[in-house]
Design a protein around this ligand. Structure first.
Ligand code: KIV
Ligand code: NA
Length: 265
């Protein structure tokens, strides 16, 4: 079982093999997704909404994500593990960004980092890559700048298509090994995918990209809040767990659990 490396991302694009990624924030899901052959696991700052109880990703800190990233990196045998750099850990400059990336690499065992922004984050990407740390870029809708963008709004439409393209080229030129495109029209994503040498990973970017990434709690029907249109739910974990909890309560209340088979002599 060969570990996934950045060269495999590049080879996949060249050979037309689609790349799959999911987020993961813990050991148990990391083991399951890794064994299923998911190519990369992103320990996203979406942990803010899905694990840590925040409304957005903005309050998430490096200290919040380090233990989660360590759990995921320690659980995989094959998957490429990417640490997401949270808001406030890279924006002030390339040195701050490098310090944050180094912390993730030293303290978690992750194989790469991800940060948001195209043209505006090119210096940061270049500095981290120069230090030998692979960077996945993230353009299109970038949740950490939700307020600057004016809400959860599709990016790369109309004149935005040129900005998306400029951002994509900027991160490729800065040395990113792959780029996530979030919530952009399929046609804009297709154009970027055609123009770039590095693989494009879509999150709500249509089918004409080199790989697909989803937030696992959305994908597995575990999320209680609103689910974006682009998500396909592959399971109903919320329903399964709600049913199990109700059955447990009924069994305990009715004296059915524990039975003799669950009790010690
Ligand atoms: O944090 C996250 O889960 C992400 C993906 C949605 C791209 O950044
Ligand atoms: Na993120």
């Amino acid at each position: 079982l060969k570990r996934v490396r950045t060269r495999h991302f590049q080879a996949a694009k060249e050979q037309g093999i689609k790349i799959t990624g999911l987020t993961s924030y813990d050991q148990l899901t990391a083991q399951i997704f890794d064994a299923a052959g998911i190519d990369f696991l992103l320990v996203g700052d979406s942990a803010g909404n899905n694990v840590l109880g925040y409304d957005t990703t903005l309050p998430v800190t490096v200290d919040d994500l380090i233990p989660l990233t360590r759990a995921v990196a320690g659980a995989v045998k094959r998957a490429f593990v990417i640490a997401d750099m949270p808001f406030g850990s890279y924006e002030t400059g390339s040195l701050e960004a490098l310090h944050t990336a180094i912390r993730f690499m030293k303290e978690t065992g992750a194989h790469a980092v991800k940060l948001e922004g195209g043209v505006r984050s090119a210096d940061q990407i270049g500095r981290i890559v120069d230090a030998g740390i692979p960077v996945m870029a993230h353009i299109g809708f970038t949740p950490q700048s939700e307020h600057g963008l004016g809400g959860h709004i599709i990016q790369g439409r109309g004149e935005g298509a040129e900005q998306l393209l400029a951002d994509a080229h900027a991160v490729e030129d800065a040395g990113a090994f792959a780029v996530v495109m979030e919530m952009v029209p399929a046609a804009s994503a297709a154009r970027v995918t055609e123009e770039l040498r590095i693989p494009t990973i879509g999150v709500g970017a249509g089918p004409h990209v080199d790989g697909q990434l989803l937030v696992w709690t959305d994908w597995a029907g575990f999320t209680t809040g609103r689910i974006p249109k682009f998500v396909k739910q592959y399971a109903d974990l919320k329903g399964v767990l709600a049913g199990a909890a109700a059955a447990f309560k009924a069994d305990v209340g009715g004296g059915v659990y524990p039975g003799p088979e669950h009790s010690y002599e």
